[in-house]
Design a protein around this ligand. Structure first.
Ligand SMILES: Cc1cc2nc3c(=O)[nH]c(=O)nc-3n(C[C@H](O)[C@H](O)[C@H](O)COP(=O)(O)OP(=O)(O)OC[C@H]3O[C@@H](n4cnc5c(N)ncnc54)[C@H](O)[C@@H]3O)c2cc1C
Length: 505
């Protein structure tokens, strides 16, 4: 491969969405496609592919491990993990597989994302799930089973979780895996790479630095660590909710004031990096009377979905995860080694995840050096009406109620975090805000909407407004964050993006 090669399409970022865009475009033998990925290949690496080993990927060379800015009201000690390899964060994640609820997809359409409603996206969700396949967490993890029983004792119906997040329920979790091996976009759409069609070039260990443009101002290619590559038809950026806005801004597409402050020539003044959305979560940790958690599929094998009385919402607003272990093992503790939960005890956590968090953060550039990480400020709990913290408080109260049910209470020796002395709403909220962590679902930083909406970056066909031959396809395009884990929705975006691109030819 020379360092000046031209292709019909360049796809930048081989993650959950990008690998699918590239693979689907390359199904047409008459076009050439180049997938440019910053990280290494995942193929043949059991530490990535064996799903149960996912916590071992946190804070390694496979993880961008972005630190967030100090938070005014939330926990500042958060590392935003993102996968740095083929398959992206889908090679790093827990593979909990959810189809986005219809009501969220209706919201997308109502916000101007024409063609992204439930009926128009169903085929693409189907394509993803048919390609990855689904399996469920093992139904004999003793503690997770007790959790499901406790949920039933509280009146939640038992059902298989994943098909939809529209209804309340409790149960085992759907996974995009096969016999414990993750089915990321890389595994399901690209492997084995040796059999990739000859019109698809996959460049790994090739970070993109900046886009290039032709005389008309349309995207023409990308400068990378391995030279400049050109696209005769289109460039598709799929670098994820932090790195897509970073790459666009480094290329002169973003908020004009911010770009000028850094001396970057402005090509398009667009709200790139605004509206950062996430799912914050906080948990109550319990010590158990005896060793539990065997066998274990992914360390969070059971989940409960709950509406919240008084919220005014008709849909579940809380996703209550059962974690086999203390909360820190999956969050800050694994980075710093400083644990609040005492060593040597067996514990589990019930974590409450805010499904429609209203706080919106920002992603900006630290400098003009592509090697610098972006500045990430999620602005957790900054929504003016206090919805997020109120929902989280209801979640922690619900966590304690679940733990009080006979099926679970007989396992519990004591509450370790925050501890029974923390009872008032005020104290519980203080604990929730100061320990709340990301569920690793950042999105919305290049959102799509009506072509004439000044508050969006992309039109509903994912084209960057005002810049020719350039699209974005990944979690950054979400107008809102659906009320479930978003990986399958990112993959759906990849499927639909490929059809939009093919259709426009
Ligand atoms: C620890 C963890 C657990 C999670 N668990 C779940 C779960 O169980 N279920 C679920 O639904 N979701 C989960 N998620 C979230 C989900 O995986 C992501 O939302 C989804 O993978 C995002 O897809 P994407 O295509 O937007 O970006 P990504 O998949 O992150 O892909 C971006 C790709 O772009 C590459 N890239 C970045 N910058 C450049 C550059 N300059 N040049 C070239 N390439 C670049 C990256 O290396 C990466 O491969 C989890 C995430 C993490 C980190």
């Amino acid at each position: 491969m020379g360092d000046q090669q031209a292709f019909d399409y360049l796809v930048i970022g081989g993650g959950s969405s990008g690998a699918i865009v590239a693979a689907r475009l390359a199904e047409d033998p008459d076009v050439s496609v180049c997938l440019v990925e910053a990280g290494p290949n995942d193929e043949g690496k059991p530490e990535i592919l064996e799903l149960q080993r996912w916590p071992g990927l946190l804070h390694t060379e496979y993880d961008y491990g972005y630190r967030i800015e100090p938070q005014v009201r939330g926990n500042s000690d958060i590392v935003q993990s993102r996968g740095r390899m083929l398959g992206g964060s889908g090679s790093h994640n827990i593979c909990q597989a959810w189809r986005a609820p219809d009501h969220d997809m209706r919201d997308w359409e109502a916000m101007g994302a024409t063609g992204w409603g439930p009926d128009s996206t169903r085929t693409y969700f189907d394509r993803v799930l048919e390609t990855t396949g689904l399996e469920y967490t093992l139904p004999d993890n003793d503690a997770a089973l007790a959790y499901i029983e406790a949920g039933k004792q509280l009146g939640y119906p038992e059902r298989k979780m994943g098909a939809n997040a529209e209804e309340e329920g409790v149960g085992w979790v759907a996974l995009n895996s096969k016999e414990g091996m993750r089915q990321s976009s890389s595994v399901a759409y690209l492997h084995p790479l040796s059999k990739a069609p000859s019109n698809l070039a996959v460049l790994t260990n090739t970070p993109a630095y900046r886009l290039t443009f032709d005389d008309e101002g349309s995207a023409s290619g990308v400068e990378t660590a391995k030279g400049t590559f050109y696209a005769t038809r289109e460039v598709i950026v799929s670098a994820g909710a932090f790195d897509t806005p970073k790459l666009l801004m480094l290329s002169g597409i973003g908020p004009a004031d911010h770009l000028r402050d850094l001396g970057i020539e402005v090509r398009a003044d667009l709200p790139v990096g605004k509206h950062l959305l996430d799912h914050p979560e906080a948990g109550i940790v319990f010590e158990t009377k005896r060793p539990i958690h065997q066998p274990n599929t992914v360390f969070c094998d059971a989940v409960l979905l709950s509406k919240v009385e008084g919220s005014g919402s008709d849909w579940p607003e809380l996703m209550m995860w059962f974690f086999s272990g203390d909360f820190e093992s999956f969050t800050t503790g694994s980075r710093t080694g400083e644990k609040i939960t005492p060593e040597g005890i067996t514990a589990f956590t019930i974590a409450a995840d805010i499904l429609h968090s209203k706080a919106e953060g920002t992603v900006t550039l630290r400098s003009t050096d592509p090697a610098d990480p972006p500045v990430i400020d999620p602005k957790y709990f900054s929504d003016p009406d206090g919805w997020d913290e109120w929902i989280l408080l209801q979640g922690l109260i619900l966590a304690r109620r679940i733990a009080e049910q006979p099926a679970l209470s007989e396992l519990i020796a004591r509450e370790v975090q925050p501890g029974p002395e923390v009872q008032s709403d005020e104290d519980l909220l203080e604990y929730a805000r100061s320990t709340a962590y990301t569920a690793y679902h950042p999105s919305g930083t290049c959102r799509m909407g009506a072509p004439d909406d000044p508050d969006v970056v992309l039109d509903p066909e994912l084209r960057v407004r005002g810049v020719g031959k350039l699209r974005v396809a990944d979690g950054s395009v979400f107008p809102t964050l659906p009320g479930c884990n978003p990986n399958i929705t990112c993959m759906m975006v990849g499927e639909k993006a490929a059809d939009l691109i093919r259709g426009s030819r």
